[in-house]
Design a binder for this molecule. Structure first.
Ligand code: ACO
Length: 335
């Protein structure tokens, strides 16, 4: 794979949007729910609070709100959206795809729609799929969404995982940029030998829903925290370095790093290993927790809105999640 500027059509991000549910769950609230403390959660993860969706609020409801904001910021007509990809591990239903619910909610009648499952790396995977469709000339405009209702797959009796996650959605509009190539390079990777380290074992075709599966609490997240931590740092750094090489930039050219927001200690370790000071990282994990596939697009939208990313800036994204899956993307901000 080579630098995309030399290939096909350039692809640019023309608008971003995000949505966080109204309800905030603080570490102090969690102290009343499980045997934990603000001190433990803050020092181990950097998380202080997270947003939790309402009972009647699904991944598609949140995704649609983020999508409408992204389309408005891109200055596009909804009718011009030709493809919707929703990256999610918490779909509205097993069938149909969450992207079809989003399509109906926003009225993007001309789009074809599907979901993509790559856990916390899902948004970077979806962005690369959309980029390929546009670069090849199949479509001109895509809507890429990361939307998660993690609160419905978290075991609220398991203190080792329930403190980590939050709900929300982020979206980006990708368009044919002609000669202008905003997305410079991308690296994706997976290791299916490590599916046991982070998964939601029940509710799918391997362990279909039954009273026994529910009694064994299998429809909830299971995680080997220390192993996830080590692999997350290693693969996000390696992928980030490969994406930089393919883009022709070095880490010193990067004005802003947007990492998957899982844990402040993971972000600090990436900063040390990749050689970029922490103040060049955009961090919101303290306010929103880990929103899986929604983490990267929500952070991107915030960074754009609050001026952390400006026209001409080079941005490095790195993500890692269950599978394991990982990815890194280098862009130049052109909006
Ligand atoms: N409150 C208080 N004590 C707790 C809590 C809690 N919420 N959770 C676990 N503990 C206890 C454990 O029971 C253990 O007690 P013990 O020593 O008496 O057995 C002790 O704290 C230490 O537990 P460890 O699991 O060893 O703690 P560690 O320092 O590894 O931190 C953590 C755990 C925060 C999960 C860490 O491993 C981590 O961040 N891993 C990365 C996982 C991650 O972020 N996953 C998100 C999904 S994947 C992704 O998005 C990249």
């Amino acid at each position: 794979m080579s630098n995309y500027a030399a290939m096909n059509k350039g692809v640019v991000i023309t608008g971003t949007g995000s949505y966080l549910p109204e309800r905030i769950l603080t570490n102090q609230d969690l102290e009343k729910m499980v045997d934990t403390s603000d001190e433990w959660i803050s020092t181990r993860t950097g998380i202080k609070e997270r947003h939790i969706a309402a009972d009647n609020e699904s991944a598609s409801d949140m995704g649609a709100k983020a999508a409408l904001r992204a389309i408005e910021n891109a200055g596009k007509d909804i009718a011009s959206v030709e493809m919707i990809i929703v990256a999610t591990s918490t779909p509205d239903m097993l069938l149909p795809g969450t992207a079809c619910f989003v399509q109906e909610e926003i009225g993007a009648k001309k789009a074809f729609c599907f979901d993509l499952g790559a856990a916390c790396s899902g948004f970077l995977y979806a962005m690369e799929v959309a980029r390929q469709f546009i670069a090849q000339g199949t479509i001109n405009t895509a809507l890429v969404i990361g939307a998660e209702k993690m609160s419905c797959v978290v075991d609220w009796e398991d203190r080792s995982t329930c403190v980590l996650f939050g709900d929300g959605a982020g979206a980006a509009v990708l368009e044919n940029g002609g000669d202008v190539s905003g997305i410079k390079s991308s690296v994706l990777g997976s290791d299916g030998a490590l599916t046991d380290l982070l998964n939601i074992p029940g509710g799918g075709s391997r362990n279909p829903v039954s009273h026994r599966i529910i009694d064994e609490r299998l429809p909830f997240i299971k995680m080997e925290g220390k192993e996830v931590f080590k692999n997350a740092v290693r693969y996000m750094c390696d992928a980030g370095q490969q994406a930089l090489e393919r883009s022709g930039f070095t880490i010193d050219d990067i004005e802003c790093v947007i990492p998957h927001q899982a844990n402040m200690r993971i972000i600090s370790a990436i900063s040390d290993r990749i050689g970029a000071p922490l103040d060049r990282f955009y961090v919101n994990v303290d306010r929103v927790g880990n929103m899986s596939a929604a983490s990267v697009p929500v952070a991107l939208d915030e960074a754009v809105r609050n001026g952390r990313i400006k026209k001409g800036d080079k941005v490095l994204f790195v993500a890692f999640g269950g599978g394991f899956t990982w990815g890194a993307t280098v862009i130049e901000w052109t909006a």
